[in-house]
Design a protein around this ligand. Structure first.
Ligand SMILES: C[S@@+](CC[C@H](N)C(=O)[O-])C[C@H]1O[C@@H](n2cnc3c(N)ncnc32)[C@H](O)[C@@H]1O
Length: 205
């Protein structure tokens, strides 16, 4: 099944009430790894693409300003319920992250956690939101990707029939998504589940 905005809106409405309870502890080590990699400093502005229930909000260091975008009102409501957080200025926007929703070149950092495997056009999502970065700004991706040299086998394709129903695609390659994006890869490290999930640090050219 191909990911679509209408399916994502439906499936993440169902996920919203149980997302944190089911997935928080599984993803926490990867989130911490991604946040450490980004090295946010007080006073910096960070864009959180597909912010969801805001599971990363509590990991932000004090003194940063965050803007979170998501397509699902129900996921955003969960994020809103976590606010306010001490020493953080957070704005949440409902919108489609395949188009830039904020002013160009105004952010120091972008977080793409668990969004590039979900959003219908991951390449557009990456390219558009990198436009939000100031030149030399950095971005982090925490997500699962098909190995760059791996063929798309029948097994993965079969499992993907079910994973897409639950709102995630396991057949995407980061190299395909990033081709043509104005960024360089500074690091690509294994994260949770024996490296199936990666933490990738990017810098805008
Ligand atoms: C797997 S969740 C990840 C949420 C969060 N980033 C996290 O790390 O927990 C994927 C999120 O992407 C959002 N999403 C899907 N399509 C989107 C789109 N076109 N624009 C913005 N957000 C989208 C969903 O609503 C959902 O909240």
């Amino acid at each position: 099944m191909k990911m679509t905005n209408s399916w994502n809106r439906f499936i993440y409405r169902l996920w919203a009430p149980v997302y944190d309870a089911i997935l928080a502890s599984l993803f926490l080590p990867g989130r911490k790894q991604a946040m450490a990699c980004l090295e946010l400093r007080p006073g910096e502005r960070v864009l959180m693409v597909g912010v969801g229930t805001g599971a990363d909000l509590m990991l932000l260091p004090a003194g940063v300003q965050a803007v979170g975008i998501d397509f699902s009102p129900e996921m955003l409501r969960r994020a809103q319920a976590k606010l306010p957080l001490p020493d953080l200025e957070v704005t949440l926007i409902e919108g489609d992250a395949q188009r830039l929703q904020v002013e160009e070149s105004t952010f120091d950092a972008v977080i793409f956690n668990l969004i590039l495997s979900v959003i219908p056009d991951a390449g557009a999502c990456l390219r558009e939101n990198l436009r939000a970065l100031k030149s030399g700004g950095r971005a982090v991706v925490f997500d699962k990707f098909r190995p760059e040299d791996g063929k798309l086998g029948a097994g993965r394709r079969f499992i993907n029939l079910f994973s897409t129903i639950f709102g995630t695609d396991i057949t995407r390659r980061f190299g395909d998504i990033a081709s043509g994006a104005a960024c360089e890869v500074l690091a690509n490290e294994p994260a949770i589940l024996q490296g199936m999930y990666r933490v990738i640090l990017l810098r805008k050219r």
